[in-house]
Design a protein around this ligand. Structure first.
Ligand code: HEC
Length: 203
């Protein structure tokens, strides 16, 4: 090969090299689609972004209706089926010191605001919120555990459902703790029926 031909070949190689890179800048460019040089830069679902075909953000789609996570146990009883829950559900936990401690912890974090430190229905929130009846009444003492379980799961009148704040273990532990309070405190008289209890109303 002549010297001229060699230099021409070299020049062509030098000129062509960067051309191979055209459209594919090296390095991590996470905000660029179609840059396949890095594994991190591959097409994938990203939250709040349309997919590569411009469709609506599939990364944000809710699971299909009725999907149940393997760790979830859907609660089978409707709001007005407290009796059924009472008959069917059994407390799977024993009132060990750990369970009682967990029940106390959860009660004092979730329920105490309305139901008060001893379940008397005099929590701080009741200065503004309808007062719940005492959990120390004979009625609640006679309820099977499943009836007590039903209230935080489904709510009752002005008490909203607490199913998102507490899980199964939490509620069963709280019930053991409520039973413990019942054994330590006098029986409360049946509640006086509050008519049209409105938030803030003291009438
Ligand atoms: C926002 C305030 C509030 C919180 C928090 C709350 N409750 Fe209640 N709860 C109420 C009210 C108010 C009632 C009475 C509802 C009604 O009018 O029937 C009630 C009723 C109940 C009853 C039925 C009592 C009866 O005699 O009918 C149970 C059992 C109960 N709650 C348990 C719990 C447990 C357990 C927790 C914690 C996981 C909890 N509640 C958290 C306000 C609350």
């Amino acid at each position: 090969m002549s010297r001229v031909a060699k230099s021409l070949a070299l020049a062509a190689a030098v000129l062509l090299l960067p051309a191979c890179d055209l459209g594919l800048p090296a390095g991590r460019t996470p905000h660029r689609e179609f840059n396949r040089l890095d594994m991190a830069d591959q097409p994938r679902l990203k939250p709040q972004r349309a997919d590569i075909f411009g469709n609506r953000p599939t990364g944000m789609m809710e699971p299909p209706q009725g999907t149940v996570a393997m760790t979830e146990h859907p609660y089978p009883f409707a709001q007005n089926e407290a009796d059924k829950a009472g008959a069917a559900l059994k407390n799977p936990l024993q009132p060990t010191p750990e369970v009682l401690a967990h029940g106390k912890f959860m009660y004092e974090n979730v329920c105490i605001t309305c139901h008060g430190p001893k379940g008397a229905g005099d929590g701080l929130v009741t200065q503004l919120f309808p007062k719940p009846p005492s959990l120390m009444t004979q009625k609640v003492r006679d309820w099977p555990d499943g009836q007590l379980y039903h209230r935080p799961m489904r709510g009752q009148n002005s008490m909203p459902s607490h199913a998102r704040q507490v899980d199964e273990r939490d509620i069963w532990s709280i019930i053991h703790y409520i039973r413990k309070m019942q054994s330590e405190n006098p029986v409360a008289p049946p509640p006086v029926l509050q008519t049209a209890a409105a938030p803030g109303g003291k009438s």
